[in-house]
Design a protein around this ligand. Structure first.
Ligand code: RP5
Length: 155
């Protein structure tokens, strides 16, 4: 299964690329797309409604400010959606966080920290690993390497 990494603007890619990197390092196929709830609403609907048929197992959606894409996409598919609030210049990303996190009951979005794209990638991988034992093994190895790095760090 693939992971789709979507974002409201090309300006979000500096952060959203961290999700792409971690997914690709784990050998997961990634689809990247700029999809805006406000600037490209028709594309957003088309993408969300066809996600499951297109073999997408998890959607990661990043946006800043009035960050509606994650929630609206989640309303149109049962593919799990992970939201990434992007830091903004005016309100620091609190605007993005609050736009994503307060979903109404019945339509969940798993909201990450502000700029938490790396964890979004890892969380998507963990979801896919439930049905993919070789990916589960790669995730275990990732965790072990991370632990080793901390234990071996010198200050
Ligand atoms: C949001 O507005 C995007 O997700 C981005 O974080 C923010 C600014 O977009 P640009 O003006 O840089 O295209 O829709």
């Amino acid at each position: 299964m693939k992971v789709a990494v979507i974002m409201g603007s090309t300006s979000d890619y500096d952060i959203m690329s961290q999700a792409v990197s971690v997914l690709e390092d784990l050998g997961i196929e990634v689809i990247k797309k700029v999809i805006s709830a406000h600037r490209t609403p028709d594309l957003m609907c088309e993408f969300a409604k066809s996600a499951k048929d297109n073999g997408i197992g998890v959607i990661i959606a990043g946006a800043g400010g009035a960050a509606h894409v994650a929630g609206v996409v989640a309303g149109m598919t049962t593919v799990p959606v992970i939201g990434v609030p992007i830091q903004t210049k005016t309100l620091g990303g609190l605007d993005s966080l609050l736009s994503i996190v307060q979903m109404p009951g019945g339509i969940p979005v798993a909201t990450m920290a502000i700029n938490g794209a790396k964890n979004a990638g890892l969380f998507a991988a963990q979801i896919l690993a439930l049905g993919d034992s070789s990916l589960a093994l790669r995730l275990e190895e990732f965790r072990q390497a991370q632990t080793r790095k901390v234990l071996e760090a010198e200050i």
